[in-house]
Design a protein around this ligand. Structure first.
Ligand code: NAD
Length: 489
């Protein structure tokens, strides 16, 4: 689909109290196409009064009729929203292709799975229940109920805009909460379009609200608002820490999905073809802008050279190109800011004494001029002490570190302030089991890459976050337990 077929010519509105609205101030901001740097669309920018209106609408809806909507009816609404979204997946895929620079084939593949997020929570919400407790006092009948929290503020990053918005909205709504969603100001368009479907799906006005604008002040206003019971945030660790501090003043519930510097451990007895394929994917998928990608590649010294050679051979013919070309395998980074960040890290690595090896030269191609393109790059000869091994780069870049023994590999992998995920490649089942116990990360994968799915919990250890997204854990995290003690005599 062409840009003009999927883009609005008027500013993208906000959704407040069931109505598409402009901001009170009339202010707008622009989004840009990262493949050419040209302006794509204008978006209404929330001010404090708009956030206030959105939270008030959610608060009133929660304390109004939404509270009494039966679980089966919430489930039906989520299923209806899934069906409506399904009919829009093609248009949404093109929107994210232009807004986030995602190659259209990949964009479509990701968003084809998006209705499934709504379906999963529509299903499991029907099993939400408390329990009866056999307490030691026989004059009491004691039970628990799981109640919704109230208003949830959902703050979303730019790397998978609609998918992550849905991973937050679906469990929050399934649990009976009302939501105020704040998409990333870099990629808000698909989430605004999702907002046009919620009324038709049956959600009463105010249950879903969407406000646009920069993290501070718009996201921060949600964090500070005492009427907001929970913040679910996905984004950088630095931002996550600010939110953590600010949320303390109102003791808000938090789910924080933050950064990563995950390690992939490849042993000499591994299926190298498979391990090379996963490393390739970690570089190329979404141009490496994936939190769970294993960006520290730990190679046993006996296979390191052969591994790098095989990976380089796969990377050289990689089709880097315009996102709207169906043959493109890797597109640009999301923004000039992200391009500058990744480029800076390559310079940092060089200054730290590592070898920087890039496998193509997209900047020499005139048709890509003006876009945020960067070549897939390996940082070789690195040690785990270097900044390029400790800090998240978030681009098509892997830092390669060699190891000699299993103990050394585990020590390096766990020596990180992050703990999002880890991968092990080995044909020795006993070693694999030892690794799953020793590696300190929220997800550990054996002989496969980090592939999250809606039905399994995902969330990091240490500075990679708090709580879990996905799985039944996300639904439970969006509820609170009330204990009822009923005196019998
Ligand atoms: P970011 O932290 O800059 O922004 C994320 C969101 O937070 C945006 O909507 C932004 O507007 C908002 N925000 C920024 N400052 C804020 C503030 N002070 N108060 C409230 N909200 C604020 O992150 P990003 O650059 O959009 O996304 C990339 C980061 O997201 C990477 O670090 C990546 O690892 C992380 N990420 C993590 C996961 C995960 O599941 N752990 C998934 C995807 C992305």
């Amino acid at each position: 689909m062409k840009r003009e077929d999927v883009l609005r010519s008027t500013p993208y509105p906000m959704l407040i109290g069931g109505r598409e609205v402009a901001s009170v101030s009339g202010k707008t901001f622009a989004t840009y196409d990262p493949s050419n740097g040209r302006k794509l669309a204008d978006v209404c920018e929330a001010g404090p009064e708009d956030v206030d209106r959105a939270v008030a609408a959610a608060y009133d809806a929660f304390h109004g009729p939404w509270r009494d909507v039966l679980p089966k009816d919430r489930s039906r609404m989520l299923m209806k929203l899934a069906r409506l979204l399904e009919s829009k997946v093609e248009a949404m895929s093109w929107l994210e292709c232009y807004d986030a620079g995602k190659p259209i084939a990949a964009s479509r593949a990701w968003l084809n799975g998006a209705p499934g997020t709504l379906e999963y929570y529509a299903g499991i919400l029907l099993g939400l229940a408390g329990e009866t407790l056999d307490v030691s006092d026989r004059t009491l009948f004691d039970y628990t109920v799981r109640e919704p929290l109230g208003v949830c503020g959902l703050i979303v990053p730019w790397n998978f805009p609609l998918s992550i918005a849905l991973l937050k909205m679906a469990p929050a709504l399934a649990a009976g909460n009302c939501v105020v969603v704040k998409p990333s100001e870099v990629t808000p368009l698909s989430t605004v379009e999702l907002g046009t479907l919620v009324a038709e799906a049956g959600f009463p006005p105010g249950v879903v609200n969407i406000v646009n604008g920069p993290g501070d002040p718009v996201g921060m206003a949600l964090v500070r608002d005492p009427r907001v019971a929970k913040i679910s945030f996905t984004g950088g660790t630095v931002t996550g820490k600010k939110i953590f501090r600010e949320a303390a003043s109102t003791v808000k519930r938090l789910t924080l999905e933050l950064g990563g510097k995950s390690a992939s451990l490849v042993f000499a007895d591994a299926d190298l073809g498979k391990a090379v394929g996963v490393a390739y994917n970690d570089m190329v998928r979404n141009s490496g802008q994936v939190c769970g990608a294993c960006t520290r590649l730990l190679l046993h010294e006996s296979i390191a050279d052969a591994f790098i050679e095989a990976l380089a051979a796969k990377l050289r013919p990689l089709r880097i190109g315009l996102p709207d070309d169906p043959a493109t395998e890797m597109g640009p980074l999301v923004s000039p800011v992200q391009l500058a960040r990744v480029t800076d890290y390559l310079e940092i690595g060089r200054n730290e004494g590592a070898n920087i090896e890039s496998y193509s030269d997209p900047r020499s191609r005139p048709e890509l001029a003006g876009g945020c393109y960067i070549a897939p790059t390996l940082i070789r000869g690195a040690t785990n002490a270097m900044r390029v091994a400790r800090e998240e780069i978030f681009g098509p870049v892997l830092t390669v570190i060699r190891f000699g023994s299993e103990e050394e590999a585990v020590r390096i992998a766990n020596d990180s302030s992050y703990g999002l995920a880890a991968c092990v490649f080995t044909s020795d089942a006993s070693r694999a089991m030892r690794m799953t116990r020793s590696l300190s990360a929220g997800t550990v994968c054996v002989n496969t890459g980090v592939r999250s799915s809606v039905d399994a919990p995902f969330g990091g250890f240490r500075e990679s976050g708090l709580g879990k997204e996905r799985g039944k854990e996300a639904l439970l995290d969006d509820t609170q337990i009330k204990n009822v003690r009923y005196g019998l005599a």
